[in-house]
Design a protein around this ligand. Structure first.
Ligand SMILES: Cc1cc2nc3c(=O)[nH]c(=O)nc-3n(C[C@H](O)[C@H](O)[C@H](O)COP(=O)(O)OP(=O)(O)OC[C@H]3O[C@@H](n4cnc5c(N)ncnc54)[C@H](O)[C@@H]3O)c2cc1C
Length: 382
């Protein structure tokens, strides 16, 4: 791990900082869970694209900037520091794009990758089902062949952006249930196809972009299979490793959260309390640990080494640290913080408090990450 920046990386950082300083909207955009919010975030994404600041680490031929993973981490650091808007197409950028680069066909890449970067296609991830979350291989949504189509029937749940998305990356069962992992396939499904229904789910933080998706005999052309029929488990594990691993959540976001919490402690006159100082110091150490872990994973990626199950260490570190930062924030807010713990109110602290609690669930819960670390990294028995 070499923490020194090359001259081109320093230049990239300086140019980006200047651009963000000039262009980041002065007041927050409406939440992404609303139609107005989606519109405003997409417009922002298009400005980023026009300025050449999206897809930093993606190949040039698909509209990316063709830079290394560490430069892409510099982008994330500056983006977080500038307090720039949440990314609209996070599932497309962070999960679907990398999956297509690793397993997609050329026509799939040329069709979808530039559309993801330009925000012409908003994506969602359809893995979880009412009976399949941590035990993802229990997926029951079925796809049967009919000529050159697969016909999909079943139900997905907890789909982030599911209300607004144009496309969904759906994990479906194409084989028999006996060899659970072999019988799965990943499909790119156009959400406007006949038979796709979406039911909004309001989250505890009052966001309403979440959805339950029903597929009623939805016909998907077979050229929309990612990888091959029966290879879904391998591709899905690749997607989850990317979701948990390097660069997905920048250490800069945690640094930002921690800075805001220190400011809150100062504002509430609590900064000199020994217990508060101790917790802030511990959190500072955790944030630094995550920074090094994240940069290490990014350097491995730049050397062509897949961090594999080590991604679970990253996921555990960022999600547990974020949750702990916002728990301290709720305590510091005193009576206002009690409201944080009781229900949604119109406050960014409350929104983030609740969302921090989701971080140890989505992308695989903390218990599942601990199982992976124990079994696959430490070699402990199942
Ligand atoms: C905000 C948010 C956004 C999400 N977005 C998406 C999305 O876009 N697409 C998508 O497909 N899914 C999404 N999810 C779903 C998420 O991936 C699942 O909630 C998660 O994998 C857990 O599955 P589950 O809810 O079925 O809980 P369960 O699997 O039923 O787990 C319940 C509890 O049991 C524990 N547990 C389960 N199995 C084990 C085990 N073997 N060992 C130890 N403990 C265990 C879990 O840790 C958990 O605490 C999202 C979830 C949230 C909260």
């Amino acid at each position: 791990l070499d923490l020194r920046e090359r001259p081109d990386q320093r230049r990239f950082r300086a140019d980006l900082r200047a651009w963000l300083g000039e262009h980041v909207p002065r007041s927050p955009l409406p939440p992404l869970s609303t139609v107005d919010g989606v519109r405003a975030h997409v417009a922002w994404e298009r400005r980023l694209t026009a300025a050449g600041y999206t897809g930093v680490h993606w190949p040039l031929e698909y509209g990316g900037q063709g830079k290394d993973a560490v430069t892409s981490a510099i982008f994330e650091e500056e983006y977080a520091r500038a307090g720039a808007p949440e990314r609209a197409n996070v599932v497309g950028l962070r999960l679907v794009g990398p999956a297509l680069m690793a397993y997609g066909t050329d026509p799939q890449r040329h069709r979808h990758l530039p559309a993801i970067l330009g925000c012409d296609e908003l994506w969602s991830q359809g893995f979880s089902e009412p009976e399949a979350g941590s035990d993802l291989a229990a997926v029951r949504t079925r796809a049967s062949r009919d000529g050159d189509h697969l016909v999909v029937t079943g139900e997905k749940i907890w789909t982030t952006l599911g209300v607004h998305a144009d496309w969904i990356l759906a994990l479906v069962r194409t084989g028999s249930g006996e060899r659970r992992h072999d019988g799965l396939t990943l499909l790119l499904v156009d959400m406007r196809t006949e038979g796709v229904e979406r039911r909004p789910i309001v989250q505890v933080n009052a966001d309403a972009g979440f959805a339950q998706i029903t597929f009623n005999e939805v016909r998907v052309p077979e050229d929309q299979v990612v990888g091959s029929v029966g290879q879904g488990w391998t591709v899905a594990m690749h997607v989850l490793t990317v979701e948990r691993g390097a660069g997905t959540v920048s250490h800069a976001w945690l640094e930002q959260d921690l800075r805001a919490t220190i400011a809150l402690a100062r504002e509430r006159g609590r900064l000199e309390e020994p217990l508060v100082r101790r917790e802030l110091a511990l959190l500072r150490v955790q944030v630094q640990r995550y920074r090094f872990s994240n940069l290490r994973a990014l350097c491995l990626t730049d050397h062509g080494i897949d961090p594999g199950p080590e991604a679970s260490i990253n996921k555990l570190l960022w999600s547990e640290t974020r949750k702990r930062i916002y728990r301290l924030g709720a305590e510091l807010r005193g009576e206002d913080g009690l409201l944080d713990a009781q229900g949604p109110e119109d406050s960014e602290w409350q929104r983030q408090y609740w969302y921090s609690r989701a971080a140890t669930i989505y992308g695989g819960s903390s218990q599942i990450q601990k199982n992976i670390i124990a079994e696959r990294l430490l070699g402990l028995p199942r």
